[in-house]
Design a protein around this ligand. Structure first.
Ligand code: ADP
Ligand code: MG
Length: 608
């Protein structure tokens, strides 16, 4: 028997390693942007075509590389950022694993043009399949420009695994925002297919948040700022009134690195607890800075999860800092956004407190607790940590088939159109409908019933005959944030089947040319915006397709709400529609639409 064990050739080893770091175009975007930040750039331009599948290019004006370094940078485990294992606990850069460029060169066709300010000429390198095809001196601007073409051209299985362009672009926008948010003092731009998506001038964090997340946050941000021996926290939370139905605008950065932390998220939610409705999500952009030795960022190849040495302290600290900030917000001066950025960055403007207030605060017990090392975890220790998971783990959603068992809910108790027409119908509390049937009476929840009707109608329209469109006489324009615009583009074809005719109109704007015939015109804009919110709300549910989420969002959105008076004719129509549904018993999300009350049961109740 021959021996079987052999070493993998470099290019295969690299391709395998690449799988950990580069899963999709957005992962390459993240790595390249982070490298540019690490290189000290003050201007970073990102360009993508075909959602990054055919082209990703990052140009920076950072420190550039020497000819040898440029060549070395593509080797696996090649990094300038650490030399000793101890360095792992002192990391101040975004990268350190020395894997990104090697991985990218293993799965795409890459060119790099780079020049250090101190050098006369720059270096050009072309590399693919981890093999250098060309290396030559070149005239170049200071800094680095890396171009990456045809991602996964040599790994078809991975390429096929990529999602649609709008969906990959959404991931890119997400990564772009995470980096751009953390470095407001760097200029960033993003163009996709020749269209500019973001153009972010340097400025304060507050300006960056508003540039990225939208003007409605202007004057609605509360500054958070606390310092202790163990860690510092700074950033902004949205005033309670800006809390949304979706958890989109929430960002944690630890030492400027975006991280996902359900645990810290819970700390913020706790601080907001009494101030916002349940099921709504406040904006936050919070930066936690602490000694890198206190955390481990090397727990995951994409470095999005970190371990704190003492999680409880971080939790208590975040919660108290946010509470503290919220308690102050009514007296926080609202900044005039048109102020010169330099003025805005002055401490006197960005700090929530005046000098007197600061010394007052410093004397407060809260502050004192913060500044005693290791004491912060005594604050609010009564908070019920054991429930923190509930805040982020999606509750098991009922599907339409799995009705919560309820004695009063019957299997498809159908009322015929004639029965409906004959019976007397009553609306109760502007929310319920009562109708008599042979066995007793039915009590319907008007919104739930309508939601079911709309859901089946929309589902039919998408898979069969589209709903007719009625042209708008005065087409309204909706302006969206870049991420929402990408999302809406993704939904346009399905929306069209549902009777909505939306046309892209320049940067992040759409014109509503038509709405479903029969739908009352007027607040089309609001409908679309709310639908997007609702859609994002469902987006946590991975098990639903894009289309399913759209159907659920729209039917929820357009259903008649409680408080709407209905005429007898309208109630008859609703009942007829409901009992022509395939699954009339529940809403798509599993809430009952009606209950049956039987005469003999009623009799029993009254002792008869
Ligand atoms: P890491 O960032 O973990 O060090 P990378 O593979 O991303 O690993 O990069 C390897 C090295 O190449 C970096 O350590 C850095 O020295 C150099 N490098 C990468 N991108 C740039 C850039 N845009 N400008 C200057 N140097 C860069
Ligand atoms: Mg890197």
């Amino acid at each position: 028997m021959p021996d079987l064990v052999h070493l993998l050739p470099d290019h295969i080893a690299n391709q395998i390693a690449a799988g950990e770091v580069i899963q999709r175009p957005a992962s390459a975007v993240k790595e390249l942007l982070e490298n540019a930040v690490d290189a000290g750039a003050t201007e970073i331009n990102l360009l993508v075509n075909d959602a990054g599948k055919s082209l990703i290019q990052v140009t920076d004006n950072g420190r550039g590389m020497s000819e040898t370094d440029a060549r070395m940078a593509f080797e696996r485990h090649a990094t300038s950022k650490i030399s000793h294992i101890d360095d792992l606990f002192r990391i101040k850069t975004m990268g350190f694993r020395g894997e990104a460029l090697a991985s990218i060169a293993a799965v795409a066709q890459v060119t790099i043009k780079t020049k250090r300010p101190e050098d006369e000429s720059g270096t050009f390198i072309e590399i693919e399949n981890s093999i250098v095809l060309k290396q030559e001196p070149v005239a170049a601007a200071n800094g680095t420009c890396i171009t990456m073409k045809n991602l996964f051209f040599n790994v078809p299985a991975r390429r096929n695994f990529l999602k649609s362009n709008p969906s990959e672009l959404r991931h890119i926008v997400e990564e772009f925002i995470r980096v751009a948010m953390a470095f407001p003092n760097i200029f960033f731009s993003l163009s996709s297919g020749g269209q500019q998506v973001f153009h972010l001038e340097k400025g304060s964090l507050k300006q960056r948040i508003v540039q990225i997340l939208g003007n409605h946050y202007n004057a609605r941000l509360v500054s958070v700022q606390e310092q202790t021996d163990y860690l510092n926290i700074s950033g902004f939370v949205g005033k309670p009134e800006t809390a949304k139905k979706t958890r989109g605008d929430q960002y944690f950065f630890v030492n400027n690195r975006f991280i996902k932390s359900a645990y810290l998220n819970h700390a913020v939610m706790n601080a907001f607890a009494e101030l916002i409705p349940k099921d709504s999500f406040p904006l936050y952009v919070l930066f936690i800075d602490l000694d890198p030795a206190q955390i481990d960022i090397n727990v995951h190849p994409t470095k999005q999860e970190i371990k704190f040495d003492d999680e409880k302290i971080a939790y208590a600290f975040v919660q108290s800092a946010v509470k503290h900030a919220l308690a102050q917000f009514s007296i926080t001066p609202t900044l005039d956004f048109d102020l010169d950025p330099q003025v805005q960055q002055l401490d006197s403007v960005t700090q929530p407190f005046t000098v007197e207030k600061q010394s007052q605060a410093a004397a407060s017990s809260l502050y004192q607790t913060f500044t005693q090392k290791g004491q912060a975890h005594f604050i609010e220790s009564k908070s019920e940590l054991k429930h923190w998971k509930e805040y982020y783990e999606p509750k098991p959603a009922n599907t339409s088939q799995q009705l919560t068992h309820n004695e009063a809910v019957l299997p498809a108790q159908v009322l015929t159109a004639q029965q409906i027409e004959k019976a007397s119908i009553l609306q109760v509390q502007l929310a319920y409908i009562v109708i008599q049937n042979d066995a007793g009476y039915l009590l319907l929840h008007q919104q739930n019933a309508h939601e079911r009707v709309l859901y089946e109608k929309f589902a039919a329209a998408i898979s069969g005959t589209a709903i007719a469109t009625q042209r708008s006489l005065f087409p309204a324009t909706i302006e969206l944030g870049a991420a929402d615009a990408v999302l809406l583009s993704e939904l346009l074809p399905d929306l069209h089947c549902l009777g909505y005719e939306l046309e892209p109109f320049g940067k992040n704007s759409f014109v509503i040319q038509g709405t479903p015939a029969g739908l009352e015109a007027g607040n089309d804009k609001l409908t679309i915006e709310k639908m997007l919110e609702q859609y994002k709300h469902f987006s946590n549910d991975l098990k639903f397709s894009k289309r399913e989420k759209l159907l659920r969002s729209l039917s929820l959105q357009q259903s008649i709400k409680a408080g709407t008076a209905l005429t007898v004719k309208e109630m008859q129509a609703l009942l007829t529609d409901l009992f022509s549904c395939q699954l009339p018993n529940s809403t798509p999300n599993g809430k009952p639409t009606y209950m049956q009350f039987k005469k003999d049961e009623l009799d029993k109740l009254f002792g008869r």
